[in-house]
Design a protein. Sequence first.
Length: 275
Amino acid sequence: MTECIQEAFGFTDHFSRRVEASFSAGQVSSDGGALLLREVDRKIKLIERVAACFTDTRSEDRVEHTLPEMLAQRVYGLTMGYEDLNDHEQLRNDPLLALLAGRRELARPLAGKSTLNRLELSGRSERYHKIGYAPEAIDRLLVDLFLESYATPRKRIVLDLDATDLPVHGHQPERFFHGYYDGYRYLPLYIFCDDHLLCARLRPANRDAAAGPVSEVQRIVEQVRQRWPDVKIVLRADSGFCRKELMAWLSRRWPQRMVPLSLEPSAYLDSFLIL
């Protein structure tokens, strides 16, 4: 049987231009937009600064995949929509991802799913403890990035607190059934200022959605005030956060200076102005 392999297809000309589809380009990628993210990273040095929050005690002469390279591989993979570690069994051979990760030899494979999984279990698994990280350093970095994004201090900012649901589809540690969301999930806490993420705390779903915001708000306020001492800060959250712990902390920290902006029983938002 004769085997015919057509390498190009011709289409109708576009005025004086020839239109042709060819399959002789070699390795190609549909994720070219990630190069723009690489330029942003080079400007703010995000991957480099995140890597500085980690400690790597592996033997240098036996390391094939460096810590900054693995972090960049995982971060860029997530930004391109590849959430599952299994995706990296193919992505590890993608020359574009190798370029984004900073690998000099683009033809050499990147880290596989098992290596990246050990990185993600750092600090949470007794079986693998070669790589560790400082959570407080990562928390501080998020706020530093927010502060550095403004050329001059802001006069007023709004901190938005919110707890949301994160569904889980396997037998992940600390997964629990949540009656309100009718499924197994986590219940993370987020704190935003406009589009800037200042805090992301993963929590199991077997606790109050408003549990633990005081320590997070306190460290963020103190760090912001170190750089912007005169800024006015509005703390805004839904009514679920209007609890004794948070209210008592605000009253102790700023007596006679807490102004409730919305306390009607029917109001969806309860806001507190820290002057």
